[in-house]
Design a protein around this ligand. Sequence first.
Ligand code: FE2
Length: 288
Amino acid sequence: MKVKSLGYIGIESNKMDEWQSYCTNVLGLMEMEAPDNELRFRMDDLHWRIAVSRGDKEDLIYAGFDTRDSDRLNALVEQLATLGFKASEDAALATSRGVSCLYKVADPDGLQVELFYGATEIAEIPFISPAGVSGFLTGDQGLGHIVLYTGDIEEKRRFYMQGLGFKLSDTILMGGEVMLTFLHCNPRHHTVALVPAPVPKRMNHFMVQANTLDDVGHANDRAQRLGAPITVSLGCHTNDRMVSFYSRSPSDFEVEFGFGARVVDDKWSVGHHTGPSIWGHKAVTQDQ
Ligand SMILES: [Fe+2]
């Protein structure tokens, strides 16, 4: 049994104004009404996909995975329990998130993972990007991907692969010593990737995928014009073939903005790479 897709993510930050500007003006997400001390952003027909709550962590604090229906949600809760991960239902939180049913469980690094079905759709109100992004690739592939640091890669793999049903897409050996793990639960090449590094932050970066290459170019221009630091230049990844660039979010982790990734299908074979990029993706010094 596996989750269907990454439905939403929640970030905690005290830089609410910066996040509001970054998400709307740089990423081109649509701001929606939100509870007090929270920002919510939309990227497709769903009510919201990315939330920022006021607080001190400057990090990812929860990730919501769509399980499609109640049968699959219950099976996943049982699957997690057999591995020693106890998920509990939270009806009040389901109401707050705008989903029909929700269970929450802590992953091995204490990240709150929320398993849900029945996310609120508002297709009757068209998604309009305030920055003119033509659209984001979501649907069966979910909101994008998250790349997580972990102090215990084996336990983290057990949770996401045996617990949530993710499959291995490939690995990348970075700098000859750090092995990154890329996991899929749908055609998106990776929805979750794992970095074995015991750093204080959970979040290395999250990625949103636009519908055209021009969207990436325009976002790159906006980041430079609006002063969002570009940390990694335009480039193409070896494993998912995403053409993308990275900028620094107000909470200091990075955000990848990409286009054109290849997908995982029935013919996919697990791969391995010795570097992250075919071309580009050069580290950018901050005075540029
Ligand atoms: Fe990425």
